[in-house]
Design a protein around this ligand. Structure first.
Ligand code: PLP
Length: 287
């Protein structure tokens, strides 16, 4: 496996960064997770827009154009002979001194890792997930916006830890006002009849690229899609609940905090959307 590291391809075992990198020392940097389906990089432009906007928000200047970044990604896939893959694109502030000030970091480090992905086992897409809600709160949108996909993922990690302490593999976090925000690395939808609801960005959710795709697909299928705040109660009593994300794609949730959702099996709307999504991803990419 070859890793792209600052203008070079190096073997996985040799892909190392300095302990003085501010991404390591302080979580100072941004990243994206991107999927490749049958050689198509799925919605790469949207991922690059989000990456560059995240970088802009933290005053991190990425020394490559989006076009150059596209070429780097394509090269990395070619070098690894991958046509179905998960790509992790990381831009860290770079090597500096021990102070916080990024002025000591003249050059951001660019890392591209591409590998085959297994997130949830196949069976889980048929049976659905059991999840919980956790005490960890989404960071407030008035501080560092949750729209910034930064290397500071402590909240999200705490969500995962709380989930696993509760014996489940995923969880939902609320915002500081108690509205449902999102999962550890995925967005949430609830379904009632033919109406889908997902929390708006201002509640404190990352505006997921899979979320946007599902909203488009759902609308094209005649469902009504609303970006609206909702509470845990709304989740408990929904007909269906599902999560979306680059890694997870679309996965049904069948139990939340011990409450069985619908009849405890992935619902028709979720199954319909997953099927349509899988057909759509292969067509909608950059060669
Ligand atoms: N929310 C968070 C916090 C994430 O890290 C991710 C993953 O990128 C998502 C939601 C889902 O977004 P996307 O569909 O763009 O992968």
């Amino acid at each position: 496996q070859w890793i792209y590291l600052n203008e070079q391809f190096v073997k996985k075992e040799e892909a190392k960064i300095s302990v003085y990198d501010h991404g390591f020392l302080y979580g100072d940097g941004v990243f994206e997770g991107i999927r490749v389906y049958d050689g198509n990089v799925y919605r790469l432009d949207e991922h690059l827009d989000r990456l560059y906007n995240s970088a802009k928000a933290i005053l991190l200047n990425i020394p490559h154009s989006k076009h150059e970044m596209t070429e780097i990604i394509i090269e990395t896939l070619k070098k690894n002979l991958l046509t179905n893959a998960y790509i992790r694109l990381v831009v860290s502030r770079g090597v500096g001194n021990l102070g916080l000030d990024p002025k000591s970091c003249p050059k951001p480090q660019i890392i591209v890792i591409a590998e085959e992905l297994t997130l949830f086992p196949k069976e889980l897409y048929k049976s659905g997930l059991e999840i919980v809600t956790v005490a960890t709160r989404r960071n407030r949108p008035d501080v560092l916006s949750p729209k910034v996909k930064s290397l500071n993922y402590l909240n999200n990690i705490l969500v995962k830890i709380e989930a696993s302490l509760a014996g489940v593999s995923e969880a939902l976090m609320l915002n500081s006002e108690g509205y449902v925000a999102e999962g550890s690395a995925d967005n949430v939808f609830i379904v009632n009849g033919n109406v889908l609801r997902t929390p708006p960005g201002y509640i404190g959710a990352l505006e997921g690229i899979t979320r946007a795709a599902i909203m488009e697909i759902a609308e094209s299928l005649g469902y009504v899609v609303k970006e609206e705040p909702f509470t845990r109660h709304d989740v408990y009593v929904a007909d269906e609940v599902f999560l979306t994300g680059t890694a997870a794609e679309v996965i049904a949730v069948v139990k939340v905090d011990g409450r069985i959702i619908g009849d405890g099996k992935p619902g028709n709307v979720t199954n319909d959307l997953l099927e349509q999504f899988r057909e759509h991803v292969v067509k909608d990419g950059v060669k």
